[in-house]
Design a protein around this ligand. Structure first.
Ligand code: SF4
Length: 350
């Protein structure tokens, strides 16, 4: 997959780096590009927009400024710093990787791409990004944005498919210069994020590499990648209970396995309960209910899953000891308990 000749490669490198020097967004992990900062930012940026990540990154680095402290940070504090970013497995893996780095690499983030890939949470893309940006190694970092740019440059829709990842990586690696590989990779990602954007809308008129772009010259770029068949998300019904007593709200910890594991949640049961069924449930729990409201349903969307949530607001006379539950004040919820965004709608509106 290399129909681009040597002169074109040089041209792409120069044009893209020149464009990046003028247009790179000023980002906290770029102005302080230590290996630790680059690593944390790359993990946060997986599946998450740059604008969302910035305040999380600043807070995280302030609270956990190095690998040693990351390895020993209590889970509750880690999850609290991650609250709202989603995909909590990223936070868990950061901590696990920090422990491996302390035990196996003397507390120093390894620079070798194979060592990086051996760490929890670091796949080929993140390893390439960290190796090139933090250590100036000539590696490629091919994410969805870069795959799309490559496919358009080549005028090959199939290059945007995950199944062609190896070939596309080889093509992109062929573009990466020895000098400034990290900047070049960031320039490609940035080009994909702000110019060569998805959904049939590349801004070729502003693109520094348009004269090397087959998709642009053939007029096919907007159709690349071809429209993917949308995968149907699995739907799950849930009834969520917002139970209050003495100005405290009932919470319980999610199981150690599965989605959102070990985070805190509002008590809930599978399916949509009728008010009668819910009343029976509160009776079984031994709650002395003084107020009972049906809440407006909503849905929470994950990558492969939708929760169709209905709910009840329940005011109880007094706190009741229920195995696995805690009764937390609003302040304790803010400070101590990491609650996934899926529950915020009810939590913040009651
Ligand atoms: Fe993307 Fe257009 Fe630039 Fe080609 S010319 S890389 S399609 S923005």
């Amino acid at each position: 997959m290399t129909p681009i000749d040597h002169d074109a490669i040089k041209g792409i490198q120069e044009a893209l780096l020149g464009w990046y020097d003028k247009n790179a967004r000023s980002l906290p992990w770029r102005s302080r590009a230590t290996p630790y900062n680059v690593w944390v930012s790359e993990i946060m940026l997986q599946q998450t927009r740059v604008e969302t990540v910035i305040p999380y990154f600043d807070r995280f680095i302030k609270e956990i400024p190095d690998i040693e402290r990351l390895a020993s940070v209590p889970d509750e504090k880690l999850f609290k710093l991650w609250e709202g970013l989603g995909y909590y497995s990223r936070a868990r893996n950061l901590k696990k990787a920090a422990s491996v780095i302390m035990n196996k690499f003397g507390g120093v983030l390894p620079s070798d791409i194979r060592d990086l890939k051996s760490l929890p949470g670091i796949g080929p893309y993140s390893a390439g990004a960290i190796a090139s940006i933090a250590f100036q190694s000539r590696e490629c970092a091919v994410d969805g944005n870069v795959r799309r740019v490559a496919a358009r440059l080549l005028n090959r829709a199939d290059a945007a498919e995950k199944s062609a990842q190896k070939e596309t990586e080889a093509f992109v690696l062929g573009l990466v210069p020895l000098n400034r590989p990290g900047d070049f990779n960031q320039a490609l990602m940035e080009l994909g994020a702000v110019v060569c954007v998805p959904n049939a809308a590349p801004m070729c008129g502003m693109c520094p590499v348009s004269r090397f772009c087959e998709g642009y010259m053939q007029g096919t770029a907007p159709d690349i990648p071809s429209k993917a068949i949308k995968q149907k998300k699995k739907k799950q019904l849930k009834t969520v209970l917002v139970i209050k007593a003495e100005d405290r709200i009932a919470l319980r910890k999610r199981p150690a396995e599965g989605i959102l594991s070990e985070l805190w949640e509002l008590p809930n049961v599978p399916g949509h309960l009728s008010p009668e069924e819910c009343a029976r449930l509160t009776e079984e729990l031994g709650l002395d209910v003084i107020k009972f409201n049906v809440l407006k349903p909503y849905k929470h969307i994950f990558t492969h899953l939708e929760w169709m949530i209905s709910g009840f607001y329940i005011q109880a006379q007094s706190l009741r000891d229920i195995t696995g539950w805690v009764w937390a004040t609003r302040e304790e919820i803010r400070e101590l308990y990491s609650i996934p965004a899926a529950f915020n709608h009810y939590l913040n509106n009651q």
